[in-house]
Design a protein around this ligand. Structure first.
Ligand SMILES: NC(=O)C1=CN([C@@H]2O[C@H](COP(=O)(O)OP(=O)(O)OC[C@H]3O[C@@H](n4cnc5c(N)ncnc54)[C@H](O)[C@@H]3O)[C@@H](O)[C@H]2O)C=CC1
Ligand SMILES: O=C([O-])CC(=O)C(=O)O
Length: 282
């Protein structure tokens, strides 16, 4: 199995210095050949024979920017890399980290948008509030990966905690703004890196398990979808040997979540079409 992330050196060096995360990464690395991206002429060598490609290439946000502001630069980078993947390892699974995920995934369609960081944040905020052990917690996060398109389904969180409607509204807002909290705290030095690397490793590991035939591997991801009327949507996805085995539905939503779902659709639709239009016109 060859895993060949086009990895940002920053993310990797951050991980190496963080004992809590190092375990996850060495787990991935033990089955992986990791190559930094060094230029167009190296792509063939880097990609040939890959089963899984992780794309974190591109610019991150600075304070005052939205993820969508990254589109003009990152869309071209992502499109070039996806064309190379189609050429050199057309059957590889592709994990798209580069933002805006809501638009970069639709550029090439059959990708996994990595929205695991939203799940990591939801688990942490829920754990803090409910005072339970994070290891046991699961919270599905659906929709997309930007602002109000991020919809945590706290009504489906396990184990169940007795959170008030007020608590859930506060946690949901914190989830939707968690990214900007980090961008502002880093004051011009980029966006979340450590937690992204952690989330990226969790998702890559799940893909590898799926590729290796491990049953019942389920993670949330932003993928091509028929769960709603939108052509792309983040929801639980069952990972199998060929990638997406099954895109799972939303189950029952609370009234608050139903409203959140309807509110996110116009923004998500516009982001998706931005990616599709870019792919079609250039
Ligand atoms: N999906 C998610 O949950 C998250 C996504 N991100 C996104 O990940 C991306 C990377 O963020 P950071 O690692 O913090 O940025 P960074 O600036 O630290 O690293 C970006 C890397 O991309 C490489 N790169 C730049 N242009 C390239 C090109 N044309 N081809 C190939 N590689 C190229 C650079 O050499 C650098 O190694 C950003 O778009 C950011 O918004 C960041 C956090 C979370
Ligand atoms: O917000 C950003 O620019 C980076 C990101 O995707 C996140 O932290 O969830």
């Amino acid at each position: 199995m060859k895993l060949n992330p086009l990895v940002s050196q920053l993310a990797l060096s951050d991980i190496d210095n963080t004992p809590g995360v190092a375990a996850d990464v060495s787990h991935v690395n033990s089955r992986a050949e990791v190559a930094g991206y060094v230029g167009e002429e190296q792509l063939e060598k880097a990609l040939e024979g890959c089963d899984l490609v992780i794309i974190p290439a591109g610019v991150p946000r600075k304070p005052g920017m939205s993820r969508d502001d990254l589109f003009n630069i990152n869309a071209g980078i992502v499109k070039g890399l996806c064309s190379a993947i189609a050429k050199y390892c057309p059957t590889a699974l592709v994990n798209m980290i580069s933002n805006p995920v809501n638009s970069t995934v639709p550029i090439a369609a059959e990708l996994f948008g990595v929205a695991t960081l939203d799940v990591v944040r939801a688990k942490n905020f829920y754990t803090e509030k409910a005072k339970i052990n994070v290891g046991d917690v699961n919270v599905p996060v659906v929709g997309g990966h930007a602002g109000i398109t991020i919809l945590p389904l706290f009504s489906q969180a396990t184990p169940k905690a007795n959170l008030s409607e007020g608590d859930i509204k506060v946690l949901t807002k914190r989830m939707q703004d968690g990214d900007t909290e980090v961008v502002e705290a880093k004051a011009g030095k980029g966006s979340a890196t450590l937690s992204t690397a952690y989330a990226g490793a969790i998702f890559a590991d799940a893909c590898l398990k799926g590729l290796n035939g491990v049953p019942h591997v389920v993670e949330c991801s932003f993928v091509q979808s028929t769960v709603t009327e939108l052509p792309f949507f983040a929801s639980k996805v069952r990972l199998r040997k060929n990638g997406v085995g099954e895109v799972l539905g939303l189950s029952s939503l609370s009234e608050y979540e139903k409203n959140g779902l309807e509110s996110l659709k116009p923004e998500l639709k516009a982001s998706i079409h931005k990616g599709i239009n870019f792919a079609n016109q250039s």
